[in-house]
Design a protein. Structure first.
Length: 168
């Protein structure tokens, strides 16, 4: 099986920040799937041009877009919702923010391995990283639905504006 290549998918606009965050989750799932294929691809084909291109795409996403996604949540989305959040959601938000640190630590181990791509790419590190993200998104997505229902449209537009500015 070859390494996956991500196509250009239409993304929602920043006018709908929740949809934008969910679209990021879809990209994360696709990059995790691509990442999961990489060790077997490298074992079969070596560290060829396609493997290096895949590692570069994955590294670019998780070094640039993923940290911005976490900032969108920690700096804008969660603080906007916390004043109206049920205590269970407030606790969940604290848990999700702490998980960002765990995911970042797991990513840094993989980032180094992908930068120095070789056949010593750790399938266990990849599995842990992808599992952390899957568990995280499974908790976060229902929360996003509650946040979207709870926040006023103008607040959501402001969040989207902040997200767009963060990427300039």
């Amino acid at each position: 099986m070859g390494v996956m290549q991500l196509g250009n998918h239409l993304a929602p606009s920043f006018e709908d920040p929740i949809a934008m965050l969910l679209a990021c989750h879809d990209k994360i799932r696709r990059f995790c799937a691509e990442l999961s294929l990489l060790p077997s691809y490298v074992a079969e084909h070596g560290c060829d041009e396609q493997a290096h291109a895949s590692a570069k795409r994955i590294r670019q996403y998780f070094n640039q877009a993923a940290p911005l996604h976490h900032l969108d949540e920690e700096v804008d989305l969660f603080p906007a919702y916390l004043p109206m959040a049920h205590p269970q959601d407030a606790a969940l938000i604290r848990q999700l923010c702490a998980a960002h640190t765990d995911m970042e630590q797991a990513w840094q181990r993989l980032n180094t391995q992908l930068h120095n791509l070789s056949d010593s790419l750790s399938a266990a590190d990849i599995q842990l990283f992808c599992q952390l993200y899957q568990q995280h998104m499974a908790l976060e997505e229902p929360l996003f639905t509650r946040i979207q229902a709870g926040l006023q449209a103008d607040v959501l537009l402001g969040l989207g504006h902040n997200m767009a500015n963060r990427r300039k």
